[in-house]
Design a protein. Structure first.
Length: 289
């Protein structure tokens, strides 16, 4: 007997039913995802509406509030310009209620005066020991042509002197010269703003050898000041830094002097770190305790 296979074409309707059939768990997952998207969209709309009702803080407002809370004191100063001599005359008059920087609740203030951006010429007032309301009454002169003055800023920076460490910044006043009418003298009080601490410059070290040869006289209250200069053939030589050895010095400067006296007729060498000229000059002005 011969069997002949007969092939029937697939039923199209049955194929479509199989293709459109979807598991129940897949349908549930799609529903959950859709609900989550709708919820996120609603939350975003709600947050946006709430934020519109709030008054946004201006840039730097928080920083301004912190500065207002911190009272650093006031400084009285004067400005005048001599058009004949091309001189800006700065008067540092007095301070009031300076912030106490020392453990005893006081400060040893002095004022550093300079122009930005060059900072080449700096002046300093005398140091007033343990005084939060010092009277300076000192005048400093900058020789600057009037045409160049508008691009510069006058800085009055108040420091607390520390003989044995870094001088702390109490506060400062910055005065852009293009904001000042120099047609007439200016005389006013201003609040001190927080001053940025100056980064200590690495000026270098110098090795110094001392030898003490005793004689009939004695070495009493001797101060040895050594200045390292940058030689300039065309102009004035600029001081790189200074070191102080002997009476009134501290740290290495005092120890080197003591070692020299304790070892007469023998050379005693010691490395000394150079200090900024203005800092050492301020230390020399202060009374030695």
């Amino acid at each position: 007997m011969l069997f002949i296979p007969v092939l029937y074409p697939p039923d199209p309707s049955a194929h479509q039913d199989h293709k459109l059939r979807m598991p129940v768990w897949a349908v549930g997952a799609i529903v959950v995802v859709m609900l989550a998207l709708v919820g996120c969209l609603g939350f975003c709309v709600y947050k946006k509406c709430i934020n519109k009702t709030k008054k946004p803080k201006k840039e730097g407002e928080e920083q301004k509030e912190e500065e207002e809370k911190e009272n650093l004191g006031k400084l009285e100063f004067s400005l005048d310009y001599n058009f004949t001599e091309n001189q800006l005359i700065v008067g540092v008059l007095q301070g009031q209620d300076f912030a106490a920087m020392d453990m005893g609740g006081t400060s040893d203030p002095y004022v550093k005066v300079y122009m930005l951006p060059d900072k080449k010429k700096k002046f300093e007032t005398k140091i007033h020991r343990k005084n939060l309301c010092p009277v300076f009454n000192e005048t400093f002169t900058f020789k600057i042509p009037y045409t160049e003055l508008g691009g510069q800023t006058l800085v009055l920076q108040v420091f607390d002197f520390d003989r044995f460490g870094k001088h702390d910044v109490i506060g400062q006043i910055k005065i852009p010269m293009n904001s000042v009418d120099l047609a007439q003298p200016l005389h006013e009080w201003r609040d001190l703003a927080g001053g940025e601490k100056e980064v200590q410059e690495k000026l270098g070290d110098v090795c110094i050898s001392l030898r003490y040869v005793p004689t009939a006289g004695k070495l009493t209250k001797v101060q040895l000041l050594i200045t390292v200069y940058d030689y300039d053939k065309l102009g004035s030589n600029d001081a790189i830094g200074k070191c102080w050895i002997g009476f009134g010095a501290s740290g290495v400067g005092l120890r080197h002097w003591s070692d020299m006296l304790a070892n007469p007729r023998r050379p005693v060498a010691q490395w000394h770190t150079l200090l900024l000229e203005e800092e050492l000059d301020a230390a020399l002005k202060a009374p030695i305790r």
